[in-house]
Design a protein around this ligand. Structure first.
Ligand SMILES: C[S@@+](CC[C@H](N)C(=O)[O-])C[C@H]1O[C@@H](n2cnc3c(N)ncnc32)[C@H](O)[C@@H]1O
Length: 317
């Protein structure tokens, strides 16, 4: 009896961005082979499976692609239901295509379960639509490495009217910026660096193309993955971002207002969130005007009903 392999995208990090189909495949899997950047909560869905990390970890040799394919083929021939779990979408710089070909060549039945790619989710969660009517009618997603193929793609792009998303490009952001500037992109073109999108390490830098190569990036988990976005759409983040991204762990949520009374809806809302993350009890004395919540374990979303309903002004995150 032959088993079955599902090449599954795990999304950009937040377990809630996993698809229902992915969750169902994990629930019945016998074997899960997973990469870095897959959240523990997602792996926990594979309760009955043996789970093996087969991804790259900084500074350590990673398992060879042929070995991973051979593992999948062997397990499927044994009759296992195998989930090959990859960050984002399996076919976006995830070598999922190579694994699909290896399975096809070996005659193993398989499927692809697409995932939410960081190339789109990262910008979206920072308030950047990769296309926007009248501003950007296309977007290019390119890998920052190998540098030569990145250069080739970027050199072919006419300046402006277009959004460029660079994955695996943090280390080469100075070269990327220099190349686009040399190609005639305006030095004032808005640019962003998005780190750990949808994860507790989420942090975003925005500035201009001229600053992209030299700017200090926000401090966050040094292992957080990051991507670059270049194009006029980045300027929309100023207006869109405050309503979308999740706050970081340890972020400060501040309710502004002088002499806020205990019954003020904003005050009630922030205390509700605070109580939920265990920082203060609902019965603590009313703070005057300003209170903060730092969530040690749990993330607070800017769209949390308690914040929105309470009219909270989120000023840091
Ligand atoms: C090997 S590629 C895999 C991309 C993945 N298949 C996808 O669709 O998102 C890994 C790169 O994706 C980007 N990336 C993945 N998750 C990210 C996240 N949560 N925030 C920012 N960038 C992320 C980074 O550029 C990282 O170096």
């Amino acid at each position: 009896m032959s088993g079955f392999v599902s090449l599954v995208g795990a999304g950009p990090g937040d377990p809630e961005l996993l698809t229902l189909k992915a969750a169902r495949r994990l629930a019945v899997a016998d074997l899960v082979l997973y990469d870095a950047l897959v959240a523990p909560e997602v792996l926990a869905l594979a309760q009955r499976a043996r789970r093996f990390f087969v991804g790259k970890r900084a500074g350590r040799p990673s398992m060879k692609q042929e070995t991973i394919s051979a593992l999948m083929v062997r397990a499927a021939r044994r009759g296992d239901r195998v989930v090959r779990l990859k960050g984002g979408d399996p076919f976006v710089f995830g070598r999922g295509g190579e694994e699909a070909l290896a399975l096809a060549d070996a005659g193993i039945p398989f499927e692809v379960v697409p995932g939410v790619s960081s190339a789109i989710a990262g910008p979206a969660l920072s308030g950047i639509p990769v296309t926007h009517r009248g501003i950007s009618s296309a977007f290019t997603v390119v890998a920052g490495q190998p540098a030569e193929s990145c250069r080739r793609v970027l050199s072919a792009l006419a300046p402006g009217g277009h959004t460029v998303v660079v994955l695996m490009g943090l280390a080469s952001r100075a070269e990327v910026a220099a190349l686009l500037l040399a190609r005639g992109w305006r030095s004032a073109t808005p640019a962003a660096v998005i780190l750990g999108a949808s994860t507790p390490a989420a942090a975003t830098w925005t500035g201009t193309l001229a600053e992209l190569g030299i700017a200090d990036l926000p401090e966050t988990d040094p292992d957080a993955p990051g991507l670059l976005v270049i194009g006029e759409v980045v300027a929309l983040a100023e207006r869109i971002a405050p309503y979308e991204p999740a706050l970081r762990v340890g972020a400060e949520v501040v309710a502004r207002g002088e002499n806020m009374s205990r019954t003020d809806p904003a005050h009630r809302g922030i205390r509700e969130v605070a109580a939920r993350v265990g920082r203060i009890s609902r019965s603590d004395p009313a703070p005057r005007g300003i209170r903060e919540v730092a969530a040690p374990m749990e993330r607070i979303s800017r769209s949390d009903p308690a914040l929105v309903g309470g009219g909270i002004d989120v000023v840091a995150g």
